[in-house]
Design a protein around this ligand. Structure first.
Ligand code: NAI
Ligand code: 2OP
Length: 314
């Protein structure tokens, strides 16, 4: 088994290290345009293997040859946001980057699964889908695992319980319109609505929606530890064919009344990528939030198409 990570910056290098530390694949290949950087990070990680106790080989490169025959590819290439920027501000530049790296990667690993991380997430996942020509189940975006992890962390902090006992579901696009679902959140099997009052839950939901921005404001660029770990968790379910049920930006073809877009929904992840989109029952209010989120993703897709029509993006 081989995992490629494109973009060896903060998120990419962390994802590569998290995958390697799971000791579940023979090789991790990190690709970046910056010369020497992926090679240096790969060597540094290899030198940590005796301490961590993994046997995965990590290769750093500026070429796509070493990626050939990959099983999973995590795309993190692109610009991160800075204070004052929204994820949407990255649209044009990152569409060029994600489109370019996808087409260079896809022909050498035609049977692989792509996990997109670059922002704006839901639209970049669509770009990778179009450029790769892969079946829709073979392309997905990572955001829900991260956003749910933030949500679970905040609940654990509030209740003083172990994060391991918190199960939660969060849907929608990766942005301010994401849809946390307290009705589908439990602590050791107990609905969160039995443990926290409405105002506290609402506060946690709002903090989760702004979780990425909270960190950007603190350190001037976006997060990487939790995003890297989340990408590795999705990768693990694919390479081990575990069938984990996780939120991912998946291609909707009628599910939740949505068509021809990628958006966060609960999926079963296995060797074939997205093996099933699970349609949970949403009440009217939750469905309205999902619709608003989908409208936002669609408007970004429309902007992307306009930029292409105007020749701003190749
Ligand atoms: P970074 O700047 O640390 O790393 C990006 C890397 O991409 C750099 O090393 C750069 O040299 C490389 N790169 C740029 N163009 C390339 C190309 N054509 N081919 C190969 N490599 C190329 O940024 P960071 O923090 O790692 O973030 C990466 C992306 O992930 C950003 O778009 C960010 O917004 C997004 N992100 C998404 C999250 C999510 O939940 N989906 C969470 C965190 C970040
Ligand atoms: C995050 O949520 C910026 O999407 C990135 O941390």
């Amino acid at each position: 088994m081989k995992v490629t990570v494109i973009g060896a910056g903060n998120v990419g290098a962390t994802a590569a290290e998290c995958v390697a530390r799971k000791d579940m694949v023979q090789e991790v290949v990190m690709v970046d345009i910056e010369e020497g950087m992926p090679q240096g990070k790969a060597l540094d990680m290899m030198e940590s293997a005796p301490v961590h106790g993994f046997d995965t080989t990590i290769v750093g490169t500026n070429e796509y040859g070493p990626t050939e025959g990959s099983d999973v590819c995590i795309i993190t290439a692109g610009l991160p946001r800075k204070p004052g920027m929204s994820r949407d501000d990255l649209l044009a530049k990152n569409a060029e980057i994600v489109g370019g790296v996808t087409s260079q990667y896809a022909s050498g690993s035609p049977d692989s699964t792509i996990i997109v991380v670059s922002n704006p997430l839901d639209v970049m996942t669509y770009v990778a889908f179009q450029e790769s020509g892969f079946d829709p189940n073979r392309v997905m975006g990572m955001a829900g695992v991260l956003d749910t992890a933030r949500y679970r962390s905040f609940i654990a902090m509030e209740l003083g319980v172990s994060v391991r006992d918190i199960q939660a579901l969060l849907m929608g696009g990766h942005g301010d319109t994401m849809v946390p679902l307290p009705r589908y959140t439990t602590v050791g099997g107990i609905p969160i609505t039995e443990l926290l009052d409405d105002a506290t839950i609402e506060g946690i939901v709002e903090r989760t929606k702004g979780g990425g921005g909270e960190i950007v404001d603190m350190m001037g660029t976006s997060a990487w530890y939790a995003p890297g770990a989340a990408s590795a968790e999705m990768t693990e379910s694919i390479v081990k064919d575990s069938g984990r049920v996780l939120p991912a930006a998946a291609y909707c073809d009628g599910e939740y009344g949505l068509n021809d877009l990628f958006i966060g929904v609960p999926v079963r992840l296995g060797a074939h990528g997205v093996e099933e989109i699970i349609e949970v029952d949403l009440n009217d209010e939750e469905m309205d939030l999902m619709k608003t989120s989908a409208d936002h993703v669609q408007s970004n897709l429309d902007d992307l198409q306009r930029l292409k029509d105007e020749g701003e993006i190749g």
